[in-house]
Each structure stands twice: as structure tokens, then as C-alpha cells.
Design a protein around this ligand. Sequence first.
Ligand code: FAD
Length: 507
Amino acid sequence: MDATTAPRNLPGRTTSRREAHAVVIGSGFGGLAAAVRLGARGYRVTVLEGLDAPGGRAYVHHQDGFKFDAGPTIITAPFLLEELWRLAGRQLSDDIDLRPLMPFYRLMFHDGESIDWSNDLDAMRRELTRIAPGDVAGYERFMHMSEAIYRVGFQQLGHTPFGSWLDMAKVAPALIRLQSYRTLHSLVASYVRHPKLRFALSFHPLFVGGNPFTTTAVYGLIAHLERSMGVHFVMGGTGRLVTGLTDLIASQGNEVRCKAPVEAITVSGRRVTGVRLASGTEIRADVVVSNADPAMTYGKLLPPGSARSWLTRRIPGSRYSMSLFVWYFGTNRVYPQVPHHTILVGPRYKELLEDIFERKVLAEDFSLYLHRPTATDPSLAPPGCDTFYVLSPVPNLQGNVDWRERAEPYRRAIASALSAQLLPGLEQHVVSSRVTTPLDFRDRLQSLHGAAFGLEPILRQSAWLRPHNRSADVDGLYLVGAGTHPGAGVPGVLSSARVLDRVVPDV
Ligand SMILES: Cc1cc2nc3c(=O)[nH]c(=O)nc-3n(C[C@H](O)[C@H](O)[C@H](O)COP(=O)(O)OP(=O)(O)OC[C@H]3O[C@@H](n4cnc5c(N)ncnc54)[C@H](O)[C@@H]3O)c2cc1C
């Protein structure tokens, strides 16, 4: 932890402690974390969620006796969660059973070869000597570089508000030293030669919506983040973290209201005055924190013309992340040989990503991430059954894919690939099934172009150049979540809420 968490007293606040009311629009991890932080600072907080349950991308589907976490499954940087629990006067371990996974995940390549990835240095040396003996030293050197990037990219930049271009100017020398102008794949390729190792060290930005061949090398920090703090799973599923956070909010005397979609942010002059729900109810607030997609916040929730600054006006025309096709399924048998996290690497890497990010076409082949939480927590399925989800990165809706037509054939193609590679006879054993397509990201989660991770994480959409956590256009409006600084992923959105401690005035 660093000194950047210290709240600052900003001028211009006249409201007394008892009256100060903060409304948070949306209950994703960013919104819930913001609510805990504001609650700890004495605000009365109301979280308004449009859906019937909190969590956003971390919503939980209960179906046929199976429990499907809709989104995040890989929990890294647990200290950010511990900090929230401490702010509410509790310990994370009082409420949450967080288990480190070993190995972190299995990478299964198209030719049948696989690597078990972890932070056990001896095991990693053995794995790499088997796959790419000439690259063991290069891997170690890359991990040192990853640590150096982490120290600047995560510890400093991730928790800086970046309200002014001067903030950017201050960090520019460090960013240049860390070669952030390069793409992550090109940085990795300068350390290791074997294509499988190049994949293993560069694919991480896909977890936050970025293409390793275009995203900044700053995302090289994830390798160190995983190595130093581990990869964890929450017993009971990631949804336990969501209920844990809503319980913290309740313990602070505050509330999360579901089925309460916000239709508008109300303003007087340049100052926020509150929100209006779709039901017509108006709620007054001194501070509004939007956890909605920034394009929606400025384009739909605020009155027309509110986006004044150049940086805000360019949000709708920015580059948006890819989307995801997710198939959640339960089987009436157990597949004990399948680990908790498997990444099935397809035959093409760069070319497939060009199809997804540039050409925006649905390719015949895919790379998949398979989640089998019942490997760690069998309670997530009925006895003798397994819970799974498989996700495939796909183009966002700026492409021309008709998901009403393509979803079922695409699901079948994935099922047959899984059946051939990993889950024999799969289709006969599926007893529960549901899919999420880019249309759900657009229509259910209100994300522009159905992007799964908000704005794409590229250098020209990072730090000061990403939607700011304190609105430059509307006083009293703050933004958190994947589309804002520092970016997507659970650590990213928890950090966006952490930045608020430096820009929201004290009560
Ligand atoms: C399938 C999938 C797997 C992932 N896996 C991982 C992983 O393993 N590890 C990891 O770290 N990250 C992962 N991520 C990324 C991570 O889940 C997200 O970046 C993060 O959870 C987003 O949080 P957020 O704060 O931006 O809010 P969101 O989750 O986007 O939630 C925003 C909320 O705001 C609500 N809302 C929007 N507009 C309104 C309105 N007008 N009124 C009221 N409510 C509104 C929405 O209904 C939603 O509930 C994954 C994402 C997906 C989709």
C-alpha cells in the first residue's frame, strides 16, 4: 500500500456530515468498492442497480441446481479486497474463504502439449526445460522486467487520479524507460523465442479486453502480479465476494437497491444534483459515482451537451474491447482430470486476434478458456455433477455477426471441440445450459458495442487519456469501473474506486 490512499479535503463542500449523500449507479465490483470507501468516509450511500441482483459482470446464475459465476473467476491482488474489509472494520478472512490455486492454470496447445503455469519456481523451471530449454534464462529476465513494470504500472499509475496532462508528463520518463511504447507481444518476443512461451507470457491482456499484439507492454505487469500474489478462487464462487461487499455496505448503514435502473443524472448548471430512476423517482445526491459504461454515462444519463471537454467528447469514438461468447453448462458426470482453469490455445494466435479485433469477423477456429470451479469447490454443482463455463473472445458488435443466428451453431462447434480435446462424450452429459453473447453485454449490461471490457486498453486510451475518475465536465460526478482509469479486471476496477479517495472531497 502507498500513501496515495490518503483522502484529501477539497474546497467547495458545504454539506454537513449527516446530510452528505452519495449515489452509486451500478453494483459491479467498481461500484460496490466505491460504496464501501465512501461509507467508510462518512457518506450516506445508496447503490442503485438496474438488474435484479448485484455484481454486474460478476452476476450469479442459479440454474438446475448449478451455480454459475457469470464473469470473473481468477482473483488476483487480494490485498485490494483486504483493504475494503478493513475499511469496514472487518477482516476479509472473517467472511471469505480465498484459496490459492496451484497450478494457476493449464495451457493446452493445439498439438496436445501442455504447460502447468504457477509461481512454484522449481516446477516452472522443469516445465520450461521440457518445452523450451533455450528460453529458461529469458523467462527469468522477463519476470524481472515484469516486476519493474508492476512497480510503476500498478503500484504508482494504477492509483493516481490522472486529472491533468501534467500527471501524464510526470510519469512519461518512467513509461519510456519501461518501453510502454512497445506492444506486449513485441516486448515478450525480445526475451523468449519459443512460440508457446511467447503465448504464455503475452496472452494476459485478453483477460482485460486487450490484444497482446496492439496493447501496451505495461500489461506485462500481470505476470508479476500473479507470481507475487498468486491466483485465487473464492470458495462458494466469486458471487460470495459480491454478497460479502453488499454485507459490508449494509454494515455501514447503507443500501444496495436492485431493480432500480437510473434513467438520468440530474444537474443544475455544471453541478450534479442527483439521479432520476426509470420509475420517475428523483433522488438527490451531493456526489454521484457512475459505475456504468462511460459512453452511457455521458451519452445517455447526462443531459445532452454535458460532455464538453475534448477527452470526454472522444469517448463514443474510442476503440472498444472485444466481446465474449460464454457457454455455461452443467454435466451429469464429473471430469476429474480437468483442472480448475484450462486455456485451450487454438492453431492461430496473431491472425485469430486480427479477426476478432480488426476485421471483426467470427472465425471458424477459436482459443478457449474453460472454467471448472467444481475442481476446487464441488458444492457448486449437485452431487456427481460438474459446473463449467467456457468462453471464447469474439468481435464486439461493430462487426456484422448476427448472434441470434450464430449463437447455437457456435456453441455446438465449441462443444464438439471440447468433446474431442478434453471432455469426451460431452453433449450426452450436458443437463444445464445457457449462453451469453455480445448482445447481452449491450442489452443487459448497457455496454457500448457489446464490448465485454469497455474501452480497449491501448496506450492512447490509458491513464490521462482514459475516461477520468473525476469528471472534468460535471462537478460532483465521479466514474469507476472497467471503462475508466486504470481499466478492466477485478484489480483494475477496485483500483478505480481506490482513486476516488483522492478526488472525492471529505464529508
Ligand atoms: C466472462 C468474463 C470473465 C472475466 N474473468 C475475469 C477474471 O477471471 N478475473 C478478473 O480480474 N476479471 C475478469 N473479468 C473482467 C471483470 O469481471 C470486469 O472488468 C469487472 O468485473 C467489471 O466491473 P465494473 O466495476 O466495471 O462493473 P460491471 O461489472 O460492468 O457492472 C456495472 C453495473 O452497472 C449496472 N448499470 C449500468 N447502467 C445502469 C443504470 N443506468 N442504472 C443502474 N444500473 C446500471 C449494470 O447493470 C451492472 O450491474 C471477466 C469479465 C467477463 C465478462
